[in-house]
Design a protein around this ligand. Structure first.
Ligand code: NAP
Length: 311
């Protein structure tokens, strides 16, 4: 099968089409014919440094939407022909930039019929991140005030929708050019972070979703009401904020997104009922994975980038 591979760490140009054996699904795994693969910042982090995977390059890609081609021993949830989507194996490598991927069956969910494979592939990693941050980690409640940084981004634009679906009041940060987009997702207020200090504009916040890191962590603490929480997603370095938060009667939690069938089913339910939609900013064929990375790394994607893999 065709896949994207790399021999060394580096810029987008290290990515190339390679021929590798089609994977064989192991026990409790399914083989998925990949129709579309979502692109995420963790992909370029792993491309350049190996990320969580270590010293040797790994095959990139975690988001997948496709069709079950075969099932391994013991699978009860799916059968060949089922349309599925998900984020296999994360934080271990998955390799969805390929014509086929073997996935633990329980890392997938049935794809909502109303979504195309491109729309479905845009969801898993970013939506699971938003779900696990807002619901599993922060336990956001109706009426709470949520600040979503980078509200136009992959994680942010889904976090706005999930927070609204949970009944929260949502404040987002985005450049003015994206304000109509973010308001259209349901955000109650949008702050242009290039013109206004969000610390003065966002007050009495219960939950902050921080995908930016650096000084955004300590500054976000200053927007919180007593007992509030910053869920940090940008890098493990953000874990340092926990002590500072505790001293102020607040919480700061660094989170890594995990493969999660329960979360995928919640996302499928929201997407199936029209309450959660990924905005697909750019669609490119698998061969143009390097271009997809160049666009994504520029840091101003509104929504998601998706690779189409097979018909
Ligand atoms: N911990 C985890 O498990 C986990 C999981 C998922 C993602 N992440 C991390 O979360 C980060 C975001 O991921 P993503 O998929 O959402 O990325 P993305 O889609 O590439 O984010 C792009 C967006 O960021 C916005 N942005 C850039 N700088 C900003 C700033 N200073 N303030 C507000 N918005 C800003 C841009 O909006 P404008 O064009 O308006 O500037 C753009 O819409 C990445 O670092 C990723 O690695 C971590």
């Amino acid at each position: 099968m065709r896949a994207i591979g790399q021999d060394s760490f580096g810029g987008p140009d290290v990515l190339k089409i390679i021929e590798v054996p089609r994977p064989v699904p192991g026990p409790a795994e399914v083989l998925v014919r990949v129709r579309a693969a979502g692109v995420n910042p963790t992909d370029w982090w792993h491309r350049t440094t190996g990320g969580l995977a270590g010293d040797a390059p790994v095959r990139l890609g975690w988001d997948v939407s496709g069709v079950v081609k075969a099932v391994g021993p013991g699978v009860t949830l799916f059968q060949p022909g089922d349309e599925v989507f998900g984020m296999p194996r994360q934080p271990a490598p998955a390799g969805t930039y390929a014509e086929y991927v073997a996935s633990p069956a329980r890392h997938l969910a049935a794809k909502p019929a109303g979504l195309s494979h491109v729309e479905a592939a845009a969801l898993p990693l970013a939506a699971l991140t938003a779900w696990q941050a807002l619901v599993d980690t922060a336990d956001v409640r109706p009426g709470q005030r949520v600040l979503v940084h980078a509200a136009a981004g992959g994680v942010g634009h889904l976090a706005v929708q999930i927070a609204k679906a949970r009944g929260a009041y949502v404040v987002g940060t985005a450049r003015t050019v994206n304000h109509d987009f973010v308001r259209g997702l349901g955000a109650d207020e949008v702050i242009d972070y290039t013109r206004t200090d969000f610390v003065t504009a966002a007050r009495a916040i219960d939950v902050v979703i921080d995908t930016i890191g650096g000084d955004y962590g300590p500054r976000s603490l200053r927007t919180l009401r007593p007992g509030g929480v910053v869920v940090s997603l940008a890098s493990p370095a953000e874990a340092r904020l926990a002590d500072e938060a505790r001293a102020l009667g607040l919480r700061s939690i660094f989170m890594i997104t995990e493969a999660d069938r329960a979360g995928m089913r919640e996302i499928a339910s929201l997407a199936g009922s029209g309450r959660l939609r990924a905005r697909v900013d750019t669609v490119l064929p698998l061969e143009q994975a390097a271009k997809a990375h160049e666009i994504g790394e520029a840091g101003h994607t509104a929504g998601k980038i998706v690779l189409t893999v097979s018909d």
